[in-house]
Design a protein around this ligand. Sequence first.
Ligand SMILES: NC(=O)c1ccc[n+]([C@@H]2O[C@H](COP(=O)([O-])OP(=O)(O)OC[C@H]3O[C@@H](n4cnc5c(N)ncnc54)[C@H](O)[C@@H]3O)[C@@H](O)[C@H]2O)c1
Length: 471
Amino acid sequence: MSKRFDRRKFIKTSILGSIGVSALGKDILAESSQVQGKTVVSKPKQKKQYEKDTPKLRVGFIGVGLRGRSSLGLVLRRGDCIVPCVADPEPKAIASTMKMFDDAGQIKPVAYQNGDYDYLNMLDKEKLDAVIISSPWTWHSRQSIAAMNRGLYTGCEVSGAFSLEQCWQLVNTHESTGSHFFFLENVCYRRDVMAVLNMVRNNVFGELIHLECGYQHDLRDVKFNDGKTVYSRGSEFGEKAVSEAKWRTIHSLNRNGDLYPTHGVGPVMNYIDINRGNRFVYLVSMSTKARGLHEYLKGIDPNHPNAQLEWKLGDVVTTLIHCNNGEKVLVSHDTSLPRPYSLGFRVQGTKGLWMDINGSVHIEGVSEPHRWDKQQSWFEKYDHPLWKRYENDAAGAGHGGMDWFLINAFVESAKKNEAPPIDVYDAATMLSITALSEKSIAMGSAPMTFPDFTNGRWISKKPNFGLSDLY
Ligand SMILES: NC(=O)c1ccc[n+]([C@@H]2O[C@H](COP(=O)([O-])OP(=O)(O)OC[C@H]3O[C@@H](n4cnc5c(N)ncnc54)[C@H](O)[C@@H]3O)[C@@H](O)[C@H]2O)c1
């Protein structure tokens, strides 16, 4: 267990957190009662208090597929949490989960596996402090809202929104219940990404001007399989497939927009203080034709019915975001063509830039004129203090260790019931890019304005990401 985890303080802050809902709630409720002209009726439930006889954070899991189990593994490694229950309708996912508890020598959780809505029984019956949601995209909002309505500290995996209303519902539920929503955007914790954040904050790049990022990941093998195992090549998706191909691929058939903006945009939002002194104002999106998935399926079996389908998602979707403080962000979504993985970061200011695609930094007056430095020397100098401190704890964790930092941040902020470093306003902002980009493309790349989910509080909110000595 973390040495800094003070049980009495934990219980005290938890109780204060519950009181805070009613004490602070008035203001917040007043602000959240209107959503685009609609009145939002919300009935916050009494927050559950932590068990007095145990200092452990009780974390439930909704969705224990590949990602859920990866996060679960990190929680099971900790001494300050217990996982009393999990919910997932897929028997194989439950079986793999139970084996993890056996392997970790921990008491098996209660499994809620009786259909898609059994998670509600879990939320109602179990005594939980927090929940981690790693289900398919269409479930994220309703499960998060159900958890927040029950007073739980809610962590939810990343995706893109289906509508702006969905984003508002998350914001309004947080504001009316006082329950926190932690958007589990792990790339914000990538070591190089955090070193660059440190460089930005030390003014190495000067004033930031232009940024690039994206989700550039050849997902063709993820979008299709043979229905037997995740990694076996095949033409199936939907009910005949397994894992992400079961639910993710259908979005490429029906939607055209940046379907997965958060891995790139999360870090960029930290670089330019979005929702903390700056905000996204409007975007325009443009997409290419869709050929990649069709060509891929033709290559596997040209006679398969899926090889005859017409896909809606353009192979490369490009979005440009204009920011209040004058920066521009270029966001790419590129998941259907052959290519090596890259989130394509570029962080450029008045003194120089970082580009991750060629692993390079150039800083005027320090680098040779018109020459690149290898990024490593810069990253060693500006390695983020959190990475220096927790490198060993993070060793072996998913995605180069960054997932350890994410789960650590979730658990530590949940223990104190305090506002997460990536909060519901950040979530709504990132999620809304998908809905706005779909609309922009459908309307000939028309500009789409971002709602101000903070209701003006972005002006005075201060940056907090990576600034605590714990997470
Ligand atoms: N941050 C990251 O690096 C990262 C990586 C992979 C996936 N993800 C995200 O994590 C989420 C899950 O992805 P995955 O790869 O684990 O997919 P997966 O298909 O392997 O797992 C999803 C699980 O959710 C379960 N599920 C479906 N409906 C449910 C319901 N109603 N209630 C409870 N569980 C339900 C499924 O049975 C399955 O076990 C997605 O949002 C995905 O975008 C994030």
